[in-house]
Design a protein around this ligand. Sequence first.
Ligand code: HEM
Length: 501
Amino acid sequence: MELYILLICISISWFFFFFFNPLHRRSSAKKLPPGPAGLPLIGSLHSLGPRPNQSLAELSKIYGPIMTLKLGSVTTVVASSADAAKAILQTHDHSFSGRPVPASVATQPNPDATIAWVPPDNSWRTRRRICATRMLNAQKLDQLQHLRQRKAQELVSHIKRHAVSEAPVDIGRAAFATTLNLMSNTIFSIDMVGPDFDSAQEFKDLVWTIMENAGKPNLSDYFPVLRRLDLQGLKRRIRPAYRRLHEIFDEIIEKRLRERDFDPVNGKKGDFLDALLDQCEEDGSNFNSITIKPVILDLFIAGTDTSAITTEWAMAELLRNPNILERARNEIIRTIGADRQMQESDIDRLPYLRAVVKETMRLHPPSPLLLPHKARSDVELLGFIVSKNTRVVVNAWAIGRDPKHWEDPSSFSPQRFLNSSLDYKGRDFEYIPFGAGRRICPGMPLAIRMVHLMLASILQSFNWKLPPGTMPEKMDMEERFGVTLKKAVPLLAIPVMETKL
Ligand code: HEM
C-alpha cells in the first residue's frame, strides 16, 4: 500500500515532464521483446501486484514467453518458458550472468565480497569454488552429517513436546529454526538457536529482519535516482541487522582464531569457517577476516529460508493429499524402520520421498523468479535485441506450471517424477527451482540433504493431522511473495506419536 501511494504521488508530479520529453522513447528504436505499453513514469509497476510470479505468468499469456516490461525506469525482460530460460541460462549464459544489486542488499558492509550480488569475475569464481570444494562436496558434507543429524533429532524432540498434548506445531517456524542450526553447524559447528527454539532468538530475528525487509518491493530499485532518499526507510531498517550480524560473526571468528592459535591441530573443527580461515592464511589470497563475512552471510540468507519453506510446503501438500502422505510415510517406515534415526545416506533409498520434494519445488519454487540477472552486453536473444544492463528475470514458477510440459500442472502428483530422469541440476529447463548455468545455486547439495532429512525425520516419528475443523480440500494454499515464496497462512499441524524415536 505504502508503495502504491508513493507511486501515485511521483507519477502525478512527474507525469507532464516525462510525457512530453522525447528522450524517454529513445530506446524503442531497438527491437525489444513485446510487452505492455505501461503508464507514464511507472510503466507496468502497477501490474505486478502482490504476487508478481502469478501476474507475470498471466502477462506472458498475452505477450509471449519472452516479454519486456518497463518497471519504473528499469527495463526488464521476463522469460516464461523452458526454451526462453534455456536461451538465457545456457545459450547466452555468459552475457546474462550479471546481477542488478537491490538497494537493500547494497547497504550491507562490503557487498562487493558477496557471492550472490557481484558480477561473475575472478574473485566471485574463487568464492564459489571454495564453497563447492570446502563445504558443499559430498565428502565434506558427509564429514559433518552427524551434527546435522543431531539437529534433526532436536526437531523431533521439539515436536514430541507438542505431540504429548496433541498441540499444533507451526511447521514453518520449526523448520526455520532447525535450518538455521543445520546451516550454523555446517559453517561454524555451533547452534544459533536454542534447543527449545525460543531461546537465543537474536540471530534468528536478525536474519528474519533482513529477509522481511529485502523482500518488500522497493521504489529505489525501480527508480535508481531515488536510491539515496530511501523513501520507504527499508535501508534504515535493514542496515543495523547487517551490522549486528557482522559483529556476531566477528565474535565467532575471533574465538576460532584463538583456538587455532592455542592448539593448531585440535583447534580446527573441519567446518566451513576453518576452510575460509585457511584461505585467509594463503599468500596472495583476497580472503581476510573482513571479506569472509559477506560470504558467510550470503550462505545463511540464501540457504535458510529457502530450505525451511520447502519443508513447510511439502508438509502442506502432504496434509492436503492424505494418500500421498501415507505412501511417503510407509516408504520411510518400510525402508528405515520405525526405531532407527534417519540418516542423510538413506535419501538414495527413498525414491518416493525424493519425488515428493521434487514435486513440491515444481509447484512452489522458493525463489520463483530465481535471482535477477543482468545483461553484461547487448545480446541478440531469440530474434530480439536485449541491451546491456537490462534486468532479466526468469519465471521458474510459471515454467514449472507450463501445460506444454506438465500434465495437469496444478495438481500435486509426485508420481510424475518416479521413473523419470528429470532433475533440478539445471539441465532440464522445464524444471529449474535452483536456476541453471554459471549462477546456478551452489548450495543445492546441502539444501537437498537438509530438506529430505527434516521431512523424513518428522514423517518417520509422527503421524500428522490437521487441526480440528480444517479439511484437507479446504486448506488455504495462497502464496506470499517476498525474497522467498512463503505460504501466506502458516501451516499448523498436529503430530501424533507413533514411534519410540
Ligand atoms: C531449497 C533450497 C534452495 C533453493 C530452492 C535455492 C535456489 C536458488 C536460486 C534459484 C538461486 C539463483 C539462481 C540464479 O540466479 O539463476 C540461488 C542462488 C544462490 N544460492 Fe540457493 N537455493 C537453496 C538453498 C541454498 C543453500 C542451502 C545455500 C548455501 C549453502 C544457497 C546458496 C546460494 C548462493 C550463494 C546463491 C548465489 C549464487 C550466485 O549468484 O553465484 N542456496 N539459489
